[in-house]
Design a protein around this ligand. Sequence first.
Ligand SMILES: NC(=O)c1ccc[n+]([C@@H]2O[C@H](COP(=O)([O-])OP(=O)(O)OC[C@H]3O[C@@H](n4cnc5c(N)ncnc54)[C@H](O)[C@@H]3O)[C@@H](O)[C@H]2O)c1
Ligand SMILES: [Zn+2]
Length: 381
Amino acid sequence: MTAARTVTATRTVHVDLAGRSYDIAIGPGLIDRAGELSRPLLAAPRVTIVSDETVAPLYGARLAASFEKAGIKTASVTVPAGESSKEFASFGRLMNALLDLRPDRKTTLVALGGGVVGDLTGFAASVLLRGVDFIQVPTTLLAQVDSSVGGKTGINTRHGKNLVGTFYQPRLVLADTAVLDTLPRRELLAGYAEVAKYGLIDDPAFFTWCEKNGAAVLSGDAAARAYAIEQSCLSKARIVAADERETTDLRALLNLGHTFGHALEAETGFGRDLLHGEAVGAGMAMAFDLSARLGICPAADAQRARAHLGAVGLPIRLRSIGGDNRRVWDADRLIGHMRGDKKAEGGKLAFVLARGIGGAFVSREVDETVLHGLLADAIAA
Ligand SMILES: NC(=O)c1ccc[n+]([C@@H]2O[C@H](COP(=O)([O-])OP(=O)(O)OC[C@H]3O[C@@H](n4cnc5c(N)ncnc54)[C@H](O)[C@@H]3O)[C@@H](O)[C@H]2O)c1
Ligand SMILES: [Zn+2]
């Protein structure tokens, strides 16, 4: 009985941002409680659910029923699944579809889906009628531990990903842990890289927990999943509360593994050959290796980071990336992509390095000869 209660209990993480504070509720079955939990926060009992063509058939009707049961008038818009829905043209189509439903400024948008739907809907909410409220119902592990929390919204342009967007906080996040049961294992694993990231950034005890329990999180252990999501949200909420708009280096720590990861994604075309979380997994292993090479991080810690990411099944060796479309990697080209990263300021490469597990910091002083050597070795390995 006690065990069952631990598993089914809803956990709440508060994101403390003065007038824009909100709660993240975490637990199984929250989709069916969305109406009752959102009702007190709504400006008026009207919502429009935005979802994608994979998630809408799985959970759209249940979510709508939950709103209707709470007396909330509900409409829905569905976009194609996948990153292409974050293109400008798709965004335009979504705005027109939303306007066709004749919303008013008290209408609330509800994002039901992964990071694509969350980023797109958050951005739409921030500009629809000059801004309406929105609620996140994240359905991928990546969205539950990362993209639904913190208020970054955005779409893609031909100049790169997420270059048009806003900081716009949701009113509520409902992370229903049971929906992860239908998520493909590869997507789950990609999201797990961002979970382990929080331990590697500043929480060595959580990283140790990940080493012991990562496999359980991935195999569907409900209690382990809920704990991993709660700890991740606590970490992200703490960082976002202290640096909402990334004006210091604090929020930038969340980009651990992302300078390398971005270069790998750019080289593989931001497509299915390498998912974002997979790129981050490989990127974190490389960031720790670079830190060790620079003499900043004990080699044993870099080895531990790499070993755990590899043990859960993330593709940390460049050779293993790309499925049937194996790449011929090139160190100079990868460095070129890093320079194009929006985190690079004035052409200076920015890296999150680590003094050890849980000791991440931002550096703009990386010796490019060392970087080049590291990439060349990673390509040869
Ligand atoms: N705003 C931020 O702070 C932030 C942070 C990280 C990533 N992102 C963005 O997030 C996006 C990636 O998000 P993602 O990894 O969630 O990808 P995604 O939204 O494309 O979802 C991955 C796939 O899983 C499917 N899916 C979602 N939930 C499912 C479920 N419960 N069962 C079965 N299938 C399901 C989706 O339809 C999709 O095909 C990128 O666009 C990235 O830029 C934003
Ligand atoms: Zn990421």
